[in-house]
Design a protein around this ligand. Structure first.
Ligand code: CP
Ligand code: NVA
Length: 290
């Protein structure tokens, strides 16, 4: 079974994975050899801090091994994607891939004889959303009935959040500039007003205005997005105890002000840590071990 988008998974699968991640985070002792003699191959077409580190350290915690493959220093640039991926899958038990177009991770999955996890494509970031849901559950003790407001660019992170939150019974409001709506809309209230989106929100979420691969659009985007900054004034319009979330890396002073990301409401570092626990629970589930 591959994990390419949350679209393919039902509420039960997501809830089970989140709950086992919460248990795992509390106590790894029973799982410290769960991945013994198992190898995770990590294929990266883009840069990363959290995804690489959380997967690699996660495999260490589970007693397995991870290999980092940077496409620029491997023969992914010479051979066909399918041929190279097929070879990688012969050496490994599970693959994680960070790609540009979503069809590239689909191609890798087609060629692979082992499960493939999407570590971010231009369309989706399912591991991020899984970790985010785990973080919200940890902080608020529930998911269903809560409201998440996403403010900014309707990008990969936004698509996965819309899918994940709506599957788990959360209300989702998305505030984006005209023309930057997310691809996934079902179950989300889309608006062009950040104030409208954050009203009564339990969680306010934002991400970069310029995703990896969109560098050429930077100038244009810098003119369009400033009204969508998450700052103190906007946070004041959400619930008083609203949490602030960001998948990171953050561009301080752009999509989020320093005051907000450094405030007590901000849970961005717990969120980053939870990438590892969520992904560990996911890998155990996909490999049916533990
Ligand atoms: N949030 C996230 O995926 O971070 P990296 O791009 O650093 O992996
Ligand atoms: N939307 C961002 C997320 C980075 C983790 C990007 O794709 O660059």
């Amino acid at each position: 079974m591959h994990f390419l988008t949350l679209k393919d998974f039902d509420k039960g699968f997501l809830e089970e994975t989140i709950d086992s991640a919460i248990a795992l985070k509390k106590d790894y002792s029973e799982y410290s050899s769960a991945m013994k003699n198992k190898t995770l191959a990590m294929i990266f077409m883009k840069t990363s801090t959290r995804t690489r580190t959380s997967f690699e350290a996660g495999m260490t915690k589970l007693g397995g091994h991870a290999i980092y493959l940077d496409c620029r220093t491997t023969n992914f640039t010479l051979g066909s994607l399918q041929d190279e991926a097929k070879c990688v899958s012969r050496y490994s038990d599970i693959i994680m891939a960070r790609v540009f177009g979503h069809e590239q991770v689909e191609e890798i999955a087609k060629a692979s004889s082992v499960p493939v996890i999407n570590g971010l494509s231009d369309s989706y970031h399912p591991c991020q959303a899984l970790a985010d849901l785990l973080t919200i559950k940890e902080k608020k003790d529930q998911l269903a009935g809560l409201k998440l407001a996403y403010v900014g660019d309707g990008n990969n992170v936004c698509n996965s959040l819309v899918l994940g939150c709506s599957k788990l019974g959360m209300e989702v409001a998305v505030a984006v500039p005209k023309g930057y709506e997310p691809m996934e809309k079902e179950g989300a209230a889309i608006t062009h007003s950040p104030a409208e989106a954050v009203k009564d929100a339990d969680v306010v979420y934002t991400d970069t205005w310029v995703s990896m691969g969109q560098e050429e659009e930077k100038q244009k985007r810098m003119k369009i997005f400033p009204p969508f900054q998450v700052n103190k004034e906007l946070m004041a319009k959400a619930k008083q105890d609203a949490l602030f979330m960001h998948c990171l890396p953050a561009h301080r002073g752009l999509e989020v002000s320093n005051e907000v990301i450094d405030s007590k409401q901000s849970i961005v570092f717990d969120q980053a840590e939870n990438r590892m626990h969520a992904q560990n629970a996911l890998m155990l589930k996909l490999l049916e071990v533990g």
